[in-house]
Design a protein around this ligand. Structure first.
Ligand SMILES: Cc1ncc(C[n+]2csc(CCOP(=O)(O)OP(=O)(O)O)c2C)c(N)n1
Length: 628
């Protein structure tokens, strides 16, 4: 049946039974495809019926469906004309794993980060009103995303404006890990009261039918009505905020979903439709392990076994987390924080070792940063392990709460650099630029996992805030679980010295620089290589030597060139009065889509071969080695 669906309009001709059959076809297709490409299997399997019901009741793209994050929208892709391209999911040049406005007119909002849907949808609803239009705006947001402050900022304004807006709460009680927090508990309570809506309707009818008689009795009845209203009808937080509440309803029951969404469609004020879904629905391995199947790589369909490279060395995240566990033994003041990424950052290891000193705050990066600042202000040593891309959320908190007060918070910045299949919204390529100008903050990145350990050990002894970056994926397989020696602070590492050019690398890209140096040396050039390790403080002694010794300095970083490590070097070399030219190798001023990291490194001149080519071109005639 899926073959027949070219657009959501085709769904309107189908009976509920046919839609149910279509849902099963869509599930199989999602499982087959993601088993090859990896992807957000669990969330997308959970929303198949919800997607069909939404597209059946609303008329996209005139009506706007705003999906939060966009990782749960594979069924939406499949019924909006992207079935044939679906097998290219997350691959270079293929469909994005999230929604993309350029992919389809049905993708009215792009995201990747959580909890933007409600603000965006409210903006669209207000624009509609101002333009005198009548279409519907529907935001679909998960219970995990409702742990983010931004979602509540939008609910707050929507309940105040009271314009038509439909918020579908897709409640599967999971974030990536089991959802956390008091609001999550509240949703669970609501969920376990499925009779709520029925009771509400009955009480409303009852109150309407109470005969109004005069005098004292009338006043008593009115007061009684108020009391009952308060006790029964107003207990719901969404209603308190000014929404009509429908639910909770079974998010896999198409007939119910269609009926309730039709009711919600007729309401002239903001509405919440609370839908209970199951993450991984219909695929037993994902139902059993919704966390593992949140965003797996390729897997075997029959068993659900992950097909990742079992022989790969431990990831940088693993090394960081295990190092912090080790440091936690002798540092009782060490406290670890994650914003809903206990598994991704591997900080769950710290949580298992020291449950009292570990906090998952939900998808609340801003709060996490200031919570850490509070801990630090009271004598603790908080480590906030956070992906580079999600730290963007906490910029003011970084500046105003942590760095301005010079509080010793350690930011363990995971996924720093290119990330591959998640694409543009998840690249960790801006943090150096946004961190660099903040006074008091020190910034470092080692060239491999053993340096990551040494940097973490040194960082927790610093008097103020520190950011230690490390990339996504496996380390180099170096022995890293030996003794834990702090690296000397602020000191770069000279790997080679050379008179023609010094390549100064920041982070694991140093190994590309080393290879490039070999290629250049084979051509007769005298090439130095430095592992910078520190962006703040810059090792100016090293820079003075490099600028004095070589005819050209070339900086290399897996980060945007604008305002990053190379900029810092260029600024210092120029201000110190050296005339040595500095060339900056980094990423361009554009958003980089999904695709293999190696592909993009080569495309943007950061592979060893491309570095060597560009350096040779720059060295040019006047810098030709004497031997040539
Ligand atoms: C700001 C931000 N922090 C962290 C993440 C990582 N992340 C992606 S999906 C997800 C869980 C979302 O849970 P929920 O909204 O309930 O959706 P579900 O996956 O359960 O459908 C998290 C934490 C993110 N996308 N954005």
């Amino acid at each position: 049946m899926l073959e027949q669906i070219e657009s959501p309009q085709d769904l309107r001709a189908l009976s509920v039974e046919q839609l149910e059959a279509l849902a099963q076809e869509i599930r199989s297709f999602i499982i087959e495809t993601t088993a090859r490409s990896g992807g957000h299997v669990g969330a997308s399997l959970g929303t198949v019926e919800l997607t069909l019901a939404l597209h059946r009741v609303f008329h996209s793209p005139e009506d706007k469906l705003v999906w939060d994050i966009g990782h749960q929208a594979y069924a939406h892709k499949l019924v909006t004309g992207r079935r044939d391209r679906f097998p290219t999911l997350r691959q270079l040049g293929g469909l994005s794993g999230f929604l993309k406005r350029a992919e389809s007119p049905h993708d009215v909002w792009e995201a990747g980060h959580a909890a933007t849907s409600l603000s965006a949808a409210l903006g669209m609803a207000v624009a509609r009103d101002l333009k005198g239009e009548r279409h519907h705006v529907v935001a679909i947001i998960g219970d995990g995303a409702l742990t983010a402050g931004m979602a509540w900022e939008a609910l707050n304004q929507a309940g105040h404006l009271r314009t038509r807006l439909i918020v579908v709460v897709n409640d599967n009680s999971m974030s990536i890990a089991p959802n956390v927090g008091a609001f999550s508990r509240y949703l669970t309570d609501l969920r376990s009261a499925p009779a709520y809506s029925r009771l509400k309707q009955e009480v409303e009818q009852l109150l309407e039918n109470v005969p109004v008689v005069g005098g004292r009795l009338r006043r008593t009845v009115e007061r009684l009505k108020d009391l009952i209203h308060y006790a029964v009808l107003s207990g719901n937080v969404f209603e308190e905020l000014g929404f009509r509440y429908f639910g909770p309803l079974d998010g896999h029951d198409l007939a119910d979903l269609i009926a309730v969404l039709n009711n919600a469609r007729a309401v002239e004020e903001p509405v919440v439709v609370h839908v209970i879904t199951q993450k991984g629905r219909g695929y037993p391995p994902a139902e059993r392990h919704p966390d593992r199947f949140h965003g797996p790589g390729p897997f075997e369909v029959t068993s659900g076994r992950m097909l990742g490279d079992g022989a790969a060395p431990p990831s940088y995240s693993q090394v960081a987390a295990e190092t912090l566990v080790e440091l936690g033994r002798t540092h009782p003041e060490l406290v670890a924080i994650t914003a809903a990424m206990p598994d991704g950052t591997k900080m769950d290891l710290f949580g298992r070792a020291y449950p009292d000193r570990f906090f998952d705050v939900g998808i609340a990066e801003q709060h996490a940063a200031t919570f850490a600042a509070g801990l630090a202000a009271s004598g603790m040593r908080p480590v906030f392990a956070v992906y580079s891309t999600f730290l963007q959320r906490a910029y003011d908190q970084l500046i105003h709460d942590v760095c301005h007060q010079n509080l010793p918070v350690l930011f363990a910045i995971d996924r720093a650099g290119l990330v591959g299949a998640d694409g543009a919204t998840h690249q960790g390529v801006f943090d150096l630029t946004f961190l660099r100008p903040i006074p008091n903050l020190e910034i470092a990145m080692g060239k491999d996992e053993s340096e990551l350990r040494g940097l973490l050990a040194a960082a927790i002894q610093r008097p103020g805030p520190v950011a230690i970056r490390y990339p996504r994926g496996s380390g180099r397989g170096l022995p890293w679980n030996g003794s834990l020696e702090p690296l000397p602070w602020g000191k770069a590492e000279w790997l080679r010295r050379g008179e023609d050019v010094t390549l100064i690398g920041f982070g694991p890209i140093v190994y590309q620089a080393l290879k490039a140096a070999d290629l250049l040396a084979a051509e007769g050039y005298r090439v130095g290589v430095v592992n910078a390790r520190f962006l703040k403080p810059l090792d100016t002694e090293m820079l003075a030597e490099a600028a004095g010794r070589s005819r050209l300095l070339v900086t290399v970083e897996e980060h945007v060139a604008a305002g990053g490590f190379g900029s810092a070097v260029l600024e210092w070399v120029s201000q110190a009065g050296f005339s040595t030219p500095v060339q900056i190798l980094g990423l361009p001023d554009e958003f980089i889509d999904h695709g293999p990291v190696d592909y993009y490194l080569a495309l943007y001149g950061l592979s060893a071969e491309k570095i060597a080519e560009r350096v040779e071109a720059w060295l040019g005639k006047e810098c030709r080695p004497a031997s040539r």
